[in-house]
Design a protein around this ligand. Structure first.
Ligand code: NAD
Length: 381
């Protein structure tokens, strides 16, 4: 298949592009490299030293003989996107290219407006480019489990059957996002759903959980292919952040009580989920939703796991319940369906102590690159 991976220079996009290329697909990357600019704005950097996109794709070609075309540009610029679509005419378009940090979107008005413009306009442009040039192309869009919020009932995969005043219908599952970023994903979902109904596009919305880990078989082939890894208070996500905190002797920063429960998955499963979605396209006119995570944990569960594994390796780790910078439920019911990807063949990599140890020992190698002042959260909402 001819597959475009937008956001292919990022944490999920880069390993996905390599994995799909290895499977024999003809892969092209779109990225504006804006993520690297946000690092400079915030005074942080990936824990792992990442190479330029050009160096990365060149080394991949040297090692495998597989070419990944790169298009440096912004999804919010329609003429650019349209031209790439005209040249590539993809069978599938994997859309990772969004601003994905909730804290970044909550810094101030400007960052909220930027996040929603970047994400919503990029996706709208994609809808119109596909409609005009490649209406059969399967859009595989990264959403987030955060779109649903934390309702006091089970979360379904995209839709829920509701009986009301004697009638019944299957309706989109209610959305209760918790940040301007998560709201942007909800807006995307609505726009995509409308586009599938109205113009018969085919779309899979992958409501992804929090991703942990950094290596895949492909990124591990060579240091030039290494994946990015974020630990700072703005872009660092739970679990990866705790592991890095343990590695550098920083307290593990649990926000509030730590009962916040979310879905998690290994980066190795992210790449496989994308492949599964691509190999099993949605029908024309279908807005298909998969919940893309493999296990649920509370934040405190994760901190305790990291502490135990770190101490086993002779690294002292202390759990610190800091004041929660976010407005969110700290103790709540959480149970979300996630069977559709497994039904299509996903074999999850579960979070064992060995997996935690592997990530911990890798991050220890890079611990001298950590900017300690950037670890604590400083964005509040
Ligand atoms: P990332 O920031 O590492 O990568 C995103 C990439 O997209 C970056 O390389 C950036 O330069 C590019 N980009 C952003 N806006 C762009 C634009 N307008 N035009 C072109 N390129 C643009 O993020 P990630 O962690 O790889 O996340 C990828 C996607 O997965 C996001 O949509 C995110 O919402 C979703 N997601 C991620 C996680 C997670 O835990 N990392 C969890 C759930 C969902």
């Amino acid at each position: 298949m001819k597959i475009i991976v937008a956001g292919g220079d990022g944490f999920c996009g880069w390993p996905t592009a390599l994995y799909l290329s290895k499977q024999g697909h003809d892969v092209a990357i779109i990225d504006s490299l804006i993520r690297r600019k946000w690092d400079r704005e915030l005074g942080v950097d990936s824990l792992t030293p990442i190479f330029t996109l050009e160096e990365r794709t060149q080394r991949w070609f040297e090692l495998t003989g597989k070419q990944i075309n790169t298009y440096l540009g912004d999804m919010t610029h329609f003429d650019f996107l349209r031209e790439v679509m005209r040249q590539e005419r993809p069978d599938a378009f994997v859309h990772f290219a969004e601003q994905r940090s909730a804290p970044y979107s909550m810094i101030d008005r400007e960052h909220a407006v930027f996040t929603q413009t970047n994400n919503v306009v990029g996706t709208l442009n994609l809808i119109y480019a596909v409609k005009e040039l490649v209406p059969d192309c399967h859009i595989i869009k990264l959403g987030t489990m955060g779109e649903y919020g934390q309702p006091n009932i089970d979360i379904e995969e995209g839709y829920i059957t509701i009986s009301h005043n004697g009638r019944e219908d299957m309706l989109p599952y209610p959305k209760q996002p918790g940040s301007m970023y998560h709201l942007s994903k909800v807006h995307d979902s609505h726009n995509l759903m409308f586009a599938t109904k109205n113009w018969g596009l085919r779309v899979t919305d992958l409501n992804q959980g929090v991703v942990y880990g950094l290596h895949t078989d492909e990124t591990q082939l060579d240091p030039v292919l290494v994946n990015r890894l974020d630990y700072d208070g703005v872009f660092g996500t739970a679990l990866n952040r705790f592991l890095i905190q343990a590695a550098v002797g920083h307290n593990l920063t649990v926000y509030g009580a730590g009962g916040q429960t979310r879905g998690f998955l290994n980066i190795k499963d992210t790449v496989r989920c994308i492949e599964i979605a691509a190999n099993n396209p949605a029908d024309r006119g279908e807005f298909r939703v998969f919940n893309q995570f493999t296990e649920e944990f509370s934040i405190l569960d994760l901190a305790e796991k990291v502490k135990r594994v770190a101490e086993h390796e002779g690294i002292q780790a202390t759990i610190d319940h800091i004041q929660n910078p976010r407005k969110e439920k700290e103790e709540h019911y959480y149970h979300a369906a996630h069977t559709k990807l497994v039904d299509l063949g996903l074999k999850p990599h579960l979070l064992t102590d060995d997996v935690l140890r592997g990530i911990l020992l890798t991050v220890v190698e890079y611990k001298n690159r950590v900017v300690m002042e950037k670890i604590m959260p400083d964005v509040k909402w």
